[in-house]
Design a protein around this ligand. Structure first.
Ligand SMILES: Cc1ncc(COP(=O)(O)O)c(C=O)c1O
Length: 376
């Protein structure tokens, strides 16, 4: 079946116009670095030709991927496939693992790609709720209970998009054990990893479970979304090969320039410096957002444990109506309505994007808009 649009992308398409919003309150990425930052380490003699290279991606980049994922000793560069972002890595797994009639267990709210792909393949999506009253925590017992003999795959994001809640190591291990008992694959998308605020960075599932799959990219914490460079890591050689075969029929090979830039960005000294700078900036902006939410009637939130986004509750206001009103003059401000995640009483707030997002102006405009909103 055809892949159909989901609400989140519909909204992004609708708002990406010739007259873009002036302020962005939903940015999930670090301030994007300029190309010049990488030029001193880029070889001007580099050929942008791919012949003779590995279909899995540059070996040195795959080593960096293993190292940044904390998988040295548990996995090897041979367990890595470089992909066009986390989105492609997830796609390859959904498409090669799922068959009509299979069940896929996921969390809600969560990343809509699982639902889109399940519908296209004719698989059934089984959603396990994350409850706001529990701080959006994921209950590993509920995940285990949702697994049936038809379950093929559990798909989770850690940190969770959109709540920023982490699944801690003990819960990940419990979920992996439940998957193992049932022979189920476990894909954990770590695209938001690297910016943890409370608690340590949870381990990568590819190092904990034989049917574990870790996906990620340089898009979020490093702000390098435009180079479309991500990865899929799994100790299962057959799945990696299946993913490689599908990719050969889509983008065929990697973006060679993106691979070189990602390799430079993931060198330990550069990675540490970039994460330190982004963490410091994000801590400041998250505190601002905390203060803003505390001071704004009709708004509350469970602060994200990691990453640059979280869900804020709107007291008695529909998220679609508010997001659309905010796009109009005089506000010209972007927020993602929670309806994109099946949470119509929430908006997704984010502090990424750097100065170009104009966070403070956007918050002032959101406050004005809420102040003039009619009471229920
Ligand atoms: C949970 C999740 N997975 C994957 C993606 C796609 O990321 P990438 O740029 O690495 O393809 C996103 C993008 O917002 C995301 O939020």
């Amino acid at each position: 079946m055809k892949v159909e649009i989901h609400k989140l992308f519909e909204y992004l398409l609708e708002t990406a116009s010739d007259e873009p919003p002036e302020c962005f309150l939903g940015f999930s990425m670090a301030d994007p670095p300029a190309l010049g930052v990488y030029l001193p380490d880029l070889d001007p003699g580099l050929k942008l030709d791919w012949n003779g290279l590995s279909f899995q991606g540059l070996p040195v980049l795959r080593t960096r991927v293993i190292d940044q994922a904390g998988l040295a000793g548990a996995c090897t560069p041979d367990d890595v496939l470089i992909t066009a972002g986390t989105a492609e890595a997830n796609y390859l797994v959904f498409r090669q693992l799922l068959e009509p009639g299979d069940e896929i267990v996921t969390d809600s709210p969560g990343w809509p790609q699982a639902g889109v792909m399940a519908r296209a393949i004719g698989a059934r999506l089984v959603e396990v709720p994350r409850r706001e009253a529990d701080g959006w925590a994921l209950d590993p017992v509920a995940i285990a209970a949702a697994i049936t003999p038809r379950t093929k795959l559990v798909f989770l994001t850690n940190p969770n998009n959109p709540t920023g809640r982490l699944i801690p190591e003990a819960d990940l291990r419990a979920i992996a054990a439940a998957c193992d008992r049932a022979g189920v694959w476990l894909l954990v998308d770590k695209v938001y990893a690297g910016l943890e605020w409370s608690g340590p960075r949870p381990p990568s599932i590819a190092g904990l479970y034989a049917r574990g799959i870790t996906t990620g990219s340089v898009s979020k914490a490093l702000g390098l979304q435009g180079i479309r460079t991500g990865w899929l890591i799994t100790p299962d050689k057959a799945l990696l090969r299946d993913a490689l075969i599908l990719r050969e029929n889509a983008s065929e090979i990697m973006n060679i320039l993106g691979e070189h830039i990602a390799e430079i960005a993931l060198r330990p000294d550069r990675l540490a410096a970039a994460l330190t700078a982004t963490r410091a900036a994000a801590q400041r902006t998250l505190r601002k957002l905390d203060d803003f939410i505390a001071a704004t009637p009709r708004l509350s939130w469970k602060r994200p444990e990691a990453g640059l986004i979280g869900l804020a509750r709107l007291d008695g206001i529909d998220s679609d109506a508010l997001a659309h009103r905010l796009l109009e003059s005089p506000y010209r401000t972007f927020v993602l309505p929670g309806s994109a995640y099946g949470q119509p009483q929430h908006i997704r707030l984010g502090v990424g994007g750097g100065a170009a997002a104009r966070l403070e102006d956007g918050l002032a405009r959101l406050a004005d808009c809420l102040a003039s909103w009619p009471s229920a």
